[in-house]
Design a protein around this ligand. Structure first.
Ligand SMILES: Cc1cc2nc3c(=O)[nH]c(=O)nc-3n(C[C@H](O)[C@H](O)[C@H](O)COP(=O)(O)O)c2cc1C
Length: 366
């Protein structure tokens, strides 16, 4: 499978060498990456009907793990009722382990470390799968979770972590971003509970922290280094939404719990914090506040110029669309023209739906 032609594969772009992202990166727990570039978590809807890893998934990661230090496999659901749509990966049962093991092995063979993102879509899950939808609060077709269901949810994240360990992954990332269930608990818009899990910020953070604690406990039992990352969308712009300060508090607590990295899911890497002062870049706020928690940033990082402009202190760079269309991205950091984008996608001979294709090409190269 030919990717679009770039510079020779062993030549990292010299213009950004001084930034150090292309050097060995070492996590506190000893896990080493060959560089600080990550493939952002991407749900490309390539899995089989029941969430089993497909050959299409394997082919995708075989190509895209070639250059990056870390390959974050996008969005594996931990419970059936947390599934977004057909084609999403599952880590909800032990039957998924062999496929996941094949995926982790494929990534390792390319020289990258493998992380599995664990998710529950909550109110964003699809009702078509015949399961009762759940969320922090009751709404159309969605049942408010009771305490038993919250405890079961934490156990499901724990079990999913155990499966990721057994499948040979190097860590898990909790999907606390993109309005998935963990964010739904933090957000005052989707969380209108009046019990211990709603109202004050302390209460709204209880579920994400319970899940992080459960996952960390399982990770600590792993005999080899095993990372636990946490992904956030830092703020909601609608009235009464979650503020960047809410997320900073969460991040500080995760730092205390010794989570291995915090991933910022941004529209643009340099976006400013609207719910703070409207001028400080979000990534700067986080890197300044978190002295012991490595920060990963994603959001339209496409060129060596973008890398130069990143806030000081950003430890890890995640790219999604630029790397999908050009698997040699960390080497060739340039904006692609629309014909190069189409050419890049076609060269990989991936069978992806037109909707996903649109999501990839939207906004790229502009
Ligand atoms: C097709 C597609 C699927 C995505 N799936 C996920 C996902 O499963 N989990 C997640 O946290 N983010 C997901 N994202 C967001 C990306 O990880 C990334 O944050 C976003 O694309 C911005 O980075 P980019 O501009 O480098 O693509 C997805 C994005 C795209 C385009």
């Amino acid at each position: 499978m030919d990717a679009i032609k770039t510079k020779k594969d062993d030549q990292i772009d010299l213009t950004t060498k001084h930034l150090g992202y292309n050097q060995l990166y070492r996590f506190e727990d000893g896990l080493e990456l060959r560089n600080a570039f990550a493939l952002a978590p991407l749900d490309l809807r390539l899995a089989l009907y029941d969430g089993t890893v497909s050959q299409n998934d394997i082919a995708f990661h075989q190509i895209h793990a070639r250059q990056v230090g870390l390959d974050i496999v996008g969005s594996a659901y931990v419970q059936e009722n947390g599934r977004t749509r057909a084609g999403a990966l599952s880590v909800a049962t032990d039957e998924m382990i062999p496929g996941l093991r094949q995926l982790a092995t494929t990534i390792h063979r390319q020289g990258a470390k493998a992380i599995l993102q664990l998710s529950h879509a909550g109110i964003r899950a699809r009702p078509t799968f015949g399961k009762q939808l759940v969320g922090p609060s009751e709404r159309y077709q969605v049942q408010a979770m009771d305490v038993e269901q919250i405890v079961a949810l934490a156990q499901s994240f724990g079990e999913a972590t155990r499966r990721a360990v057994q499948a040979g992954f190097d860590g898990v990332e909790l999907q606390g971003a993109n309005r998935f269930l963990l964010q739904q608990f933090v957000s005052p818009i989707t969380n209108q509970r009046i019990d211990d899990f709603g109202g004050s910020l302390e209460n709204r953070l209880r579920v994400p922290l319970l899940i992080a604690r459960t996952v960390l406990q399982i990770a600590k039992r792993c005999p080899r280094p095993f990372l636990v990352g946490y992904r956030v969308s830092p703020e909601e712009l609608s009235k009464r939404g979650m503020t960047v300060t809410d997320t900073l508090v969460l991040a500080r607590l995760l730092e205390k719990m010794e989570v291995d990295y915090l991933s910022l899911s941004l529209h643009r890497y340099d976006q400013v914090a609207q719910t703070y002062d409207g001028k400080t870049p979000v990534s700067q706020l986080f890197t300044q506040q978190l002295k012991n928690l490595p920060v990963m940033v994603a959001g339209k990082i496409e060129t060596s110029d973008d890398l130069e402009k990143l806030a000081q202190g950003v430890s890890l760079i995640a790219t999604g669309r630029a790397t999908i269309v050009n698997p040699s991205w960390p080497i060739q950091q340039k904006k692609l023209t629309s014909s190069e984008i189409e050419q890049g996608l076609d060269a990989q001979k991936l069978i992806i739906s037109s909707q996903v294709r649109q999501a990839i090409t939207d906004g790229l190269g502009r």
